[in-house]
Ligand binder design. Structure first.
Ligand SMILES: *Cc1c(COP(=O)(O)O)cnc(C)c1O
Ligand code: SF4
Length: 349
């Protein structure tokens, strides 16, 4: 198997390389790429079957990225919620620790589009040490989410040292890694990598699949290797217009994830990130999709539909409403639309 770094090295990163591989003549794309980096690695490129299919839309730049007068650079106010650079402390007991600016591909809808893959996201031994220091001095943080960028693009030794240093902080109970490589570059998941990861349990991985076509034999192998190492796997999917904003697509994706031992965790409403407005869906669409899933597939396959509140106010669930009336009896719709009654505790039946 070709080494993952060699595969990554062959990525499309320039307009001229893009012309050679895909049919998208549009010089406006040069300006898009100058503003927001592009990286389409050969593995993901190979999954694109037709122009503007769901995998194309996730990875190939679009002039619409420059035509966004609505969204803002940092919709979740991450910079203001960072007590030290690249560590976001928004919730009392957990923190988001950004440890690299690199990804195996640059998703066009990325929430951190303002800085991912660019020199605007400045990560060094100093920022990592400042983060570790903050975590040591803030024992109320019990759960650290390592993210970026994609932490699994770091070298094995760097990951080992980082996890070792986190495990030296006694107040940290759970370590989570947010990574898209099981989907975007599954060859990165090697026996050597999982031998490192499994030393640091309880360690969870939240990965990121958006479309059933991403569930390939390679992705299946990568997730099996991780799951066999005792790492619980979750998935954070983003609802994206023209990509997966369809009940049948999301249903197939959630089923497919369970099959590869990944538990759907969040289904996110797209953030208000500058350059991504064309991907946003109406919140009604997400709620209708979730409503469609409930009862049709196992509860195991149903994620929480969540909206990350603008201004860094935290994630809130958006739930379909089954309740018709509250009182002595709770009156509600069943999943297939039958009206049901449940007498409340303390009421006569
Ligand atoms: C999403 C997020 C978390 C984790 O939230 P969970 O609901 O625990 O998955 C923590 N910190 C920040 C800043 C986040 O954006
Ligand atoms: S892998 Fe994640 S962090 Fe990287 S570009 Fe895609 S969405 Fe953004």
């Amino acid at each position: 198997m070709t080494h993952w770094k060699a595969i990554l090295q062959d990525s499309i990163t320039t307009y001229s390389a893009l012309q050679k591989h895909l049919d998208c003549n549009n010089t406006a794309l040069k300006e898009v790429i100058a503003n927001f980096p592009m990286r389409i690695n050969p593995y993901f490129l190979n999954l694109i079957k037709t122009p503007h299919d769901p995998l194309w839309k996730q990875s190939v730049p679009d002039p619409a990225e420059l035509d966004d007068a609505i969204c803002i650079d940092d919709p979740l106010d991450e910079e203001n919620l960072s007590p030290v650079p690249n560590l976001v402390h928004r919730y009392p007991d957990r923190a988001l620790f950004l440890v690299t600016n690199q990804c195996a591909m640059y998703c066009r809808f990325c929430t951190r589009k303002r800085k991912v893959g660019t020199s605007r996201m400045c990560i060094s031994a100093d920022t990592i040490n400042a983060g570790l220091d903050y975590l040591t001095k803030t024992p109320e943080i019990k759960d650290v989410l390592i993210s970026g960028g994609d932490p699994l693009l770091l070298d094995d030794e760097v990951i080992d040292t980082l996890l070792l240093n986190l495990r030296k902080i006694p107040s940290i109970e759970v370590i989570r890694i947010g990574t898209r490589v099981p989907c975007s570059l599954p060859m990165r998941i090697t026996g050597r990598l999982v031998a490192i990861l499994r030393k640091y349990h309880p360690l969870y991985i939240n990965t990121h699949f958006n479309h059933p076509a991403e569930i390939t034999p390679e992705a299946t192998r990568a997730c099996a290797l991780l799951a066999d190492s005792g790492i619980p796997l979750g998935c954070q999917t983003v609802l994206l217009r023209g990509i997966n904003d369809d009940p049948a697509v999301i249903l197939a994706l959630m089923r497919g994830l369970l099959r590869i031992r990944v538990k759907p965790y969040y289904l996110f409403q797209a953030d208000l990130t500058r350059g991504t407005n064309h991907f946003r869906t109406h919140t009604d669409t997400g709620v209708a999709i979730l409503r469609h899933l409930i009862g049709k597939i196992s509860g195991m396959a149903i994620p929480t539909l969540a909206l990350d509140a603008p201004g860094g106010k935290g994630k809130i669930p958006l739930s379909p409403d089954f309740i018709l009336e509250r009182g002595k009896n709770l009156i509600f719709n069943s999943y297939c639309g039958k009206v049901c009654t449940y007498p409340e505790a303390g009421e006569a039946f």
